[in-house]
Design a protein around this ligand. Structure first.
Ligand code: ATP
Ligand code: MG
Ligand code: MG
Ligand code: MG
Length: 566
């Protein structure tokens, strides 16, 4: 590719409203442009990376025995009514009607559609196991889209679904998929971790998330220093609850509200038992005489935050006591927990205070963790001051102690059991001609989020440093004064041809730009190898080579450059 025929669209200034490095760099390097909140166009360089992510995922899915299909983004409501998710799914589900007033949704996920497809296509155990996957646009009306394509509303996901006659078969495919995910992220050169995960609103029993480790990650992972044990903090197993409140620090004060209290004060005043479930906590924490409700909210904190801002989420203690209410407000079924993260609101009657960087929650077994003053750049140890999964504490498997890391959820796999197939009557005839409900697994990977996560993990102050498997081009050719020097032009064209003949992807900067500008662009876009061609090195019989990651410079004789790079 020649820059003169390309849309490089780089920019020097760090864009306002882009908080994390990957978002800033994706804008600066001309990877993406925002169309509206959570909606992005992919420019050529970004798209090249996105396609590489897709290609690696496809190869590993194919290897794992999954077969590619494509399902519609727009889905009929009827299917969602069948599984009950038409009622259960919160406002992330975008619903609309066609001209005949029929209800539809923009698919946030495809369990309903795939189960409908398979119940019609598959009737015998002989057709099982079956794994199908697609790479398709998803739409989730995220309450606060942020960090560019990291949390978009429209995004690209690879979603696979497997169908089985029995648990043994399910386990086998699940293990193969787990392995495929390991391969995917290894091939991308990313530092990642597979962790035990909560199944959330998709449902099911066994589940793992794959996290790219990065300080900007929204999730917290608890892992053992002495074994492979690792879990999303939502799922981390703790010894018996031992939570004690640390001395309240400055940041724990609720500011700008007449009822300003520290969390410690709230807990004391309302005798909140933080060793019980959140629901119990809510009920215990409020009485009729004290209409003040201290609610440590779990679930979709962003939704809650928004509601809190709008003063919609103001509930008396008794209104809040029923499961239905909880379901309604939090958007998750009783007993299940949605994601717990930063910026949990604490709501005090009509005075709504949103405490940033406070997190609280409980897992399904009613065991708790509490985090406070959990700020992006605070050392994790400080963030852990109230929590019963404590850094340095022994682990559930008796090996090593707990440590914490931040992660970006890039993949999530589940054993769904018969949750969907049962509700939708997806059955096959077994060997004895008896009808059996199929077991299902589902396996998601955030294709577009992976691009951002990879950049989050691979950049420096000059720009991106994507691994070779993901970089938009492998080699940049920088001819100096090509428009004046015939020799330079000829050399550049020859090198382009020689590298292209090896199937290497090249970006040749043939603009009439100053060398500094060209260099900066190559570094910003992060091409792994840069070759400079000028009259001086032609005289010396060498190319000037620079490695983006190591910064190392080297003179390489003309006849060795192709071998050196490939
Ligand atoms: P999160 O916890 O970040 O909201 P999720 O658990 O809701 O993600 P899943 O339902 O597990 O997401 O979907 C599978 C994958 O799709 C996720 O692991 C993630 O990589 C990706 N994904 C989910 N939501 C988004 C989004 N809003 N923008 C980009 N990618 C997303
Ligand atoms: Mg999640
Ligand atoms: Mg989500
Ligand atoms: Mg998930």
């Amino acid at each position: 590719m020649r820059v003169s025929n390309y849309l490089l669209s780089t920019q020097k200034e760090t864009p306002a409203n882009a908080e994390v490095a990957s978002h800033q760099l994706m804008l600066r390097a001309g990877f993406i442009r925002r169309n509206a909140s959570g909606l992005y166009s992919w420019l050529p360089s970004g798209l090249r990376v996105l396609r590489k992510v897709e290609a690696i995922i496809r190869e590993e899915m194919d290897k794992a025995g999954a077969i590619e299909i494509l399902m519609p983004l727009v889905q009929p409501a009827d299917l969602w009514v069948e599984t009950g998710r038409w009622e259960k799914f919160g406002p992330e589900l975008l619903r609309f009607q066609d001209r005949h007033n029929r209800d539809f949704v923009l698919g946030p996920t495809h369990e309903e559609v795939i189960t409908d497809l398979v119940r019609k296509e598959v009737s015998s155990y002989k057709q099982l196991p079956l794994s199908l996957y697609q790479v398709q646009t998803k739409f989730r009306d995220e309450v606060r889209p942020r960090f560019g394509v990291m949390r978009a509303r429209e995004f690209l996901m690879k979603d696979a679904y497997s169908f089985h006659l029995n648990q043994e078969c399910m386990d086998k495919t699940y293990a193969a998929m787990h392995e495929a995910y390991n391969n995917i992220f290894k091939r991308m050169g990313l530092a990642f971790r597979s962790v035990i995960a909560d199944t959330g609103s998709i449902g099911g029993d066994t589940s793992h998330e794959f996290h790219v480790l990065a300080n900007s990650g929204e999730d917290l992972i608890a892992y053992s220093t002495g074994s492979d044990y690792a879990a999303n903090i939502e799922k981390a197993e703790s010894p018996e609850p031992t939570a004690t409140l640390a001395a309240p620090s400055q940041e724990m004060n609720l500011v700008d509200t007449p009822n300003a209290k520290t969390i410690a004060e709230l807990v004391e005043q309302f005798n909140i038992d933080i060793t019980k479930t959140v629901k119990t906590l809510i009920v215990k924490g409020a009485t009729e005489e004290a209409p003040l409700v201290a609610l440590i909210v779990r679930g979709d904190h962003e939704l809650n935050e928004l509601k809190a801002e709008k003063h919609e989420l103001v509930l008396s203690p008794f209104e809040f006591a029923s499961d239905e209410e909880i379901k309604d407000v939090i958007g998750a079924g009783p007993g299940s927990l949605g994601p717990v993260g930063l910026e949990m609101p604490i709501i005090i009657d009509k005075d709504v205070a949103v405490i940033n960087d406070f997190s609280a929650g409980a897992n399904q077994e009613g065991k708790h963790f509490f985090g406070i003053n959990w700020e992006r750049d605070l050392p994790m140890a400080q963030a852990m001051d109230i929590r019963n999964v404590v850094e340095g504490e022994a682990t559930p498997d008796g090996q090593g102690v707990y440590a914490f890391a931040r992660g970006i959820e890039v993949g999530h796999i589940f054993q769904l059991g018969t949750n969907y197939s049962e509700a939708m009557g997806a059955t096959v005839l077994d060997e004895n001609g008896k009808s059996k409900v199929m077991m299902m697994g589902c396996y998601g990977a955030g294709v577009s989020r992976i691009v951002a996560a990879a950049i989050e993990q691979n950049h420096d102050e000059r720009g991106m440093m994507l691994p070779e498997t993901l970089a938009p081009f492998t080699v940049g050719i920088l001819p100096m004064n090509m428009h004046k020097s015939h020799r330079v032009k000829e050399m550049a064209e020859q090198l382009y041809k020689d590298l292209a003949a090896e199937g290497i992807e090249i970006l040749l900067d043939d603009r009439k730009e100053r060398p500094g500008v060209m260099f900066n662009d190559m570094e910003l876009v992060g091409l792994p190898h840069v070759v400079v061609i000028g009259d001086r090195n032609i005289d010396a019989g060498v190319f000037e080579y620079k490695n983006r990651r190591t910064g190392e410079k080297q003179d390489i004789p003309f006849d060795q450059i192709v071998d050196f790079i490939k």
